[in-house]
Design a protein around this ligand. Structure first.
Ligand SMILES: [Cu+2]
Length: 136
């Protein structure tokens, strides 16, 4: 083996070492992107639970509010009449918080974020006129 052969072999080793480092860096970067994006997707699919005030005065209000929340994307919903609190667990990929408030308005009820229109309010039952009556 001549000196020239050894020098050439050394150059090849150096070339492949740096080449492998470039490949490795690219691979690590790709793996990093996969981890970050799958974490972002998992975050989006994660159920969210919110609690907020909804006006209601009787057992029928409770039933109506809960039936309004029987919708696609809502996993669980509960309305507590004694505290006027709705607790909703939903999939944020399938339904938005605004839409949840809108569904309650559509049943005729005011939420802390969104009031029912007069037309929506007129849909409530005679015993459920919460803007005029006391809790019963
Ligand atoms: Cu009622």
């Amino acid at each position: 083996m001549s000196i020239a052969d050894i020098a050439s072999a050394q150059r090849n080793i150096l070339f492949f070492t740096s080449f492998n480092q470039v490949i490795m860096k690219k691979f690590l970067f790709a793996a990093f992107l996969v981890i970050i994006s799958s974490a972002a997707i998992a975050q989006k699919n994660k159920p969210v639970t919110i609690s907020f005030r909804v006006e209601g005065i009787c057992g029928m209000c409770e039933k109506k509010i809960e039936s309004a929340l029987d919708a696609k994307g809502i996993l669980t919903a509960d309305y507590q009449l004694d505290t006027n609190t709705a607790t909703v667990t939903y999939n944020p990929k399938k339904i938005t918080e605004d839409r949840i408030h809108f569904l309650i308005n559509e049943m005729g009820y005011d939420t802390e974020k969104s009031k029912a229109t007069d037309e929506q309010y007129s849909r409530t039952h005679g015993c459920c006129k919460y803007r005029e009556q006391e809790k019963h």
